[in-house]
Design a protein around this ligand. Structure first.
Ligand code: ADE
Length: 227
């Protein structure tokens, strides 16, 4: 998979050199390009924003640098462009699963009050475009949201996670929150591991884990159980 990121803070993405994603890049499974939006400006101040038409607080990102950045980065109609935005559709595990199948993702990180809407409209004439929100809260810009999305998507790309079974037994994969996990020692600070996990009875363990998933989901996220 090829991933391109366009941002005025390319340094943000230095952490993608490390951990699971860093290894996936070393092994050639994920190919990453980070582009500084200011490299596509032509004025002395490398200006990327301006005041909003119609008035109002804050600044809006100008369309011209974005257009030139996409001219360089977009390949063909196989590209999917993702604009992180609190006004977008909700990013879920299902979104991550869909995007993990794509050959080319481009993330456009907005700052300030957003990007001139014509950038989104124009990009949609030459690629599939999705405006995606991490949740119902406002971040200062798209960079942190993109880091989260890349981590959620990247670990689902075949070959990135060593043991693919670990991907199916986690929160949100079956619509429930995951069951609690324990490791050695069997007693720690007077707290015991639930005895069923030491029983060796695989049927009983599976039933206990499922019950824990249901109990946790009912208690913490009852909305997930609504039809
Ligand atoms: N940019 C600012 N807030 C955001 C959010 N909640 N999700 C995605 N991108 C954002």
């Amino acid at each position: 998979m090829r991933i391109d990121i366009i941002s005025i803070f390319p340094e943000f993405f230095g952490v993608l050199d490390i951990s699971l994603l860093g290894k996936a890049r070393e092994r050639g499974i994920i190919d990453l390009g980070v582009h500084n939006l200011r490299d596509f400006t032509h004025d002395r101040h490398r200006t990327v924003d301006d005041t909003p038409y119609g008035g109002g607080a804050g600044m809006v990102m100008k369309p011209e640098p974005w257009g030139e950045a996409f001219d360089q980065v977009l390949q063909d109609e196989s590209s999917v462009v993702i604009f992180p935005s609190p006004a977008g559709e909700r990013f879920t595990q299902a979104t991550a699963r869909e995007l993990a199948l794509e050959p080319h993702l481009v993330f456009g990180c907005g700052r300030y009050e957003g990007i001139d809407q014509r950038v989104i409209a124009h990009t949609a004439t030459r690629a599939r475009v999705r405006e995606v929100s991490l949740g119902d809260y406002v971040l200062n810009g798209g960079e942190v949201a993109v880091m989260a999305m890349i981590e959620a998507i990247g670990r689902l790309v075949p070959g990135v996670v060593g043991n693919p079974e670990s991907l199916t037994e986690e929160s949100h994969e079956d619509g429930l929150l995951e069951y609690p996990s324990y490791t050695k020692p069997a007693v720690w600070r007077d707290l015991e591991v639930p005895p069923v996990l030491l029983s060796g009875n695989h049927g009983a363990i599976a039933a206990w884990r499922h019950e824990q998933q249901l109990e946790r989901t009912r208690r913490v996220r009852p909305d997930l159980l609504q039809p």
